[in-house]
Write a protein that binds this ligand. Structure first.
Ligand code: SAM
Length: 282
């Protein structure tokens, strides 16, 4: 066996152990990116090989948490892909306005920027007090950061630009208070957001959502896992609800695709058909 092939075996054994001990299932994550991240973690961990790290990792939850942080990619942004938020504002919101109350799920919310962006948008279109956002992630550390709603001040320029390009109608600075080198988001934005840990690979569905966003999450999953997660999202979405996958994923050739119409294919925004229309498609 070549050294690379041995690393492949070590990764397989480690991921199996992690699943058995902690219940986190990374066995169906895309190999290339996972391998890169594991090797990166290894280089700063002080263990020479993954085999040497395996026993301590399976016995020390704190050490495993450092691995979890190393494996997950937590990059996010306020109003990330501004044209996506513009599409939500212009094409999806008119439908949402017809509901008395809406439930939204951000699956894989990272440090919260996406959920806060949605809260700002919903406040601006007059839905304040008529929505609840559930924002979840596998990584509890990012959930804690999200709950705080505090971001480096230096990011505000970029956030402001994104906000403006997304069609924001106010002034972004109204949504935060600057304190030293940080920006603290307005507590009123947090009122309708519930942040919680949730693992898309092993946990159950979230009931009766009207809008689900799962952007920049499934790109790290292999095809069978993507199908399972899409089915979980589908179960969680009400008929007539909206599914947003981000620009890097689509429903083309997916098991659930017949249940959806592509509202804005370029933005990967889909609408779940009502039961009657569903019957006509099967
Ligand atoms: C790149 S971030 C995307 C954040 C946000 N959706 C956005 O587009 O800006 C991907 C997030 O997915 C989370 N994630 C990865 N695997 C997950 C899983 N199995 N269940 C839930 N979240 C997961 C990661 O922890 C990370 O925070």
């Amino acid at each position: 066996m070549t050294p690379d092939e041995i690393i492949d075996v070590e990764i397989k054994l480690l991921l199996e152990g992690v699943y058995q001990v902690y219940g986190f299932d990374f066995r169906e994550y895309s190999e290339a990116s996972l391998r890169r991240r594991l090797i990166q973690w290894l280089s700063i961990s002080g263990f020479g090989t993954l085999s040497l790290a395996q026993s301590p990792l399976l016995r020390d939850r704190g050490l495993f948490d450092t691995l979890l942080r190393g494996i997950t990619v937590n990059v996010s942004d306020m109003f990330r892909d501004p044209s996506f938020f513009k599409a939500i504002r212009e094409q999806v919101v008119p439908h949402l306005l017809t509901y008395p109350f809406i439930k939204i799920w951000h699956a894989g919310c990272s440090t919260g920027e996406e959920a806060y962006s949605m809260a700002i948008l919903l406040h601006e279109v007059g839905l304040k007090g008529r929505f609840r956002i559930y924002a979840t992630d596998i990584n509890e550390e990012v959930i804690h950061k999200a709950q705080k709603g505090i971001y480096p001040l230096q990011e505000m320029q970029r956030f402001t630009r994104n906000y403006q390009h997304s069609g924001g109608t106010g002034s972004f600075s109204d949504y935060y208070t600057a304190r030293y080198d940080h920006a603290i988001l307005s507590p009123s934005l947090q009122e309708n957001i519930v942040f919680a840990a949730h693992n898309l690979t092993v946990d159950t569905d979230f009931g009766e959502m009207n809008l689900i966003l799962c952007r920049n999450v499934m790109i790290y999953f292999k095809q069978p896992l993507k199908e399972r997660v899409l089915s979980l999202l589908d179960t969680s979405l009400m008929p007539g609800g909206f599914l947003c996958l981000g620009t890097k994923e689509s429903l083309d050739h997916r098991n659930i695709s017949g249940r959806y119409e592509a509202m804005m294919p370029r933005m990967q925004i889909y609408r779940k058909r009502y039961a009657k229309k569903l019957q006509q498609t099967v």
